[in-house]
Design a protein around this ligand. Structure first.
Ligand code: NAD
Length: 484
């Protein structure tokens, strides 16, 4: 099974913030890998634009070192690295002022796709859009890519949408959520809508509950200032977890088309019941013997920002009434693990008698590590001794099932950036979707604040506060283990 690479016409891509952390670790390595895959044609140009005073050669030397550090084994191919560096340019620019804008506009070619990646702080997004417009760079084939955070609440997200809309059409605005670029997330849609097997069972009659976990082992050091102003609810739940929830719970769109899909996602968000105080547990990690606690990481002993959130959600529609969805995310937990588990109901009656136990199927979509899908099935335990039942996973780890092709799977940023160039918005968030997600999160945060309590402390390397376990226990259910 050979992978099919479809080259795209030559384009110009400007990376604002082209010297920043995200550009170094993700965007530039992603572009380099697409270059190596043969997806960029001669004439394509990538222009870094940031505050530092590099000339083109200086920027190429900078990117060279970053590729060696972050682009994996592909960066050992010196010919490919040299070829990629050749398509790079740089302009020192002030996103807030006038420096560099006329140089940038002269560097761009007419009559081709041009994309502007806003990999800078969110306070600069509006100014960038305005200057691109004013300097005549926002033509019909221009697109902007906007990083998270998209607003701090509904009001700020709406204002940002309005500002961007003054200078760009909605079809030109790509709000990125890199979770949507993950291979398994798209596979979730393939599994649901490409097979007959699951869709008839995909409702509250057969599904007991759904769990979504995004657990990290890292703390917030290095991003402390940003994180302390956001917290897990704004940094993770409002965007990544909400997007996963939408894809798992939405009705089948009539086609795999940006607006058909986003209309269905929006309906899910709008059908969410408001969260009450009892539906949310917030936590904050403690120090352990070797690692600082949250307070030390953000440099504020009084911070009440949560580094962990667990929520019980209910979608009020015909498909999901009565099937709760539990989501949780946190820093400094026991393992790095992101997964969605669809837990089906037990069989209504066991013909094998009480000693065989009651069993249920679980469909697990693993986002990381080890991307793949498991379906827990109940079978007979091998050997004599009667009808003993055991649950075993039907494992479809992509690396195993697809062989070497699975290793060529582009990472989320590679796929999403090329989607921008191709003009495909399917995996990007629309303005109304983002605002609706905030409209749900804002009152949930207000509910938490009404409790007047700081987040519950939890041990580094644990699964979060005990109370998060109780959130499920009181419904007679259990979280799946967060284990390495
Ligand atoms: P960073 O601070 O490392 O880099 C910021 C970049 O912006 C630098 O290149 C800097 O030169 C440039 N810059 C700052 N002020 C400027 C100005 N006035 N004019 C021109 N350029 C200016 O930030 P980062 O971590 O790379 O984050 C960039 C964006 O991506 C932010 O919106 C962040 O929230 C988002 N993001 C980052 C990550 C991550 O892992 N770093 C993850 C998700 C989203």
């Amino acid at each position: 099974m050979a992978s099919r690479i479809i080259p795209v016409d030559p384009f110009d891509l400007v990376v604002f913030g082209g010297t920043g952390d995200l550009a170094r670790r993700k965007i530039l390595p992603a572009l380099f890998r697409r270059y190596c895959a043969g997806q960029m044609q001669d004439g394509t140009r990538i222009i870094g634009a940031a505050r530092a005073e590099y000339d083109t050669e200086g920027y190429r030397a900078f990117v060279h070192d970053e590729l060696v550090e972050f682009a994996g084994p592909a960066a050992q191919d010196t010919d490919q690295v040299a070829g990629f560096l050749d398509i790079l340019d740089y302009v020192a620019i002030d996103a807030d002022g006038e420096l560099g804008w006329s140089e940038l506009s002269q560097m761009l070619s007419e009559e081709r796709v041009r994309a502007f990646y806003f990999s800078v702080g969110p306070e600069l997004f509006g100014g960038l859009a305005e200057r691109l417009h004013r300097h005549g760079m926002a033509h019909g084939e221009s697109r902007i890519v906007v990083e998270k955070p998209f607003g701090h609440d509904q009001a700020t997200a709406r204002r940002l949408n309005e500002t961007l809309a003054e200078h760009f059409e909605e079809v030109q605005i790509y709000r990125i959520d890199h979770y949507l670029g993950k291979e398994t997330v798209q596979n979730l849609m393939a599994i649901r809508f490409g097979n007959m097997l699951f869709e008839p069972l995909w409702n509250s009659q057969y599904v007991d509950h759904i769990q979504i976990t995004v657990a990290e082992t890292v703390g917030v050091a290095g991003r402390g200032e940003y994180y302390d102003n956001a917290g897990a609810m704004r940094d993770m739940v409002q965007n990544h977890l909400m997007q996963l929830l939408c894809l798992i719970a939405m009705e089948p769109p009539s086609k795999f088309d940006p607006d058909a899909l986003r209309d269905e996602k929006l309906k899910v968000i709008r059908a969410l019941d408001p969260a009450g105080q009892d539906d949310i547990v917030l936590g904050q990690y403690r120090a352990d013997a070797t690692r600082p606690g949250y307070h030390e990481d953000v440099g504020d002993p009084d911070s009440t920002t949560e580094s962990f959130a667990a929520l019980r959600l209910q979608i009020s529609n015909w498909r999901w009434a009565g099937t709760p969805i539990y989501v949780r995310t946190g820093k400094r937990l026991r393992a790095r693990k992101s997964e969605i588990a669809v837990v089906f109901k037990e069989t209504p009656h066991s013909i094998f008698g009480p000693e065989a136990g009651r069993h249920r199927n679980i469909l697990t979509i693993r986002l990381q590590p080890n991307e793949g899908i498991d379906l827990d099935m109940t079978i007979k335990e091998p050997g004599p001794g009667g009808m003993r039942l055991v649950d075993v996973p039907l494992d479809m780890t992509f690396a195993k099932a697809l062989g070497p092709d699975a290793e060529d799977v582009p990472d989320a940023y590679e796929r999403l950036i090329m989607d921008v160039i191709r003009g495909n918005q399917t995996l990007f968030m629309r303005d109304d979707e983002v605002e609706a997600a905030w409209a749900w999160i804002d009152p949930a945060i207000v509910e938490c604040n009404k409790r007047g309590q700081p987040p519950l402390p939890y041990d580094a390397g644990s699964s979060g506060p005990e109370e998060a376990l109780a959130l499920m226990h009181r419904d007679g259910r259990r979280w799946r283990e967060i284990k390495p």
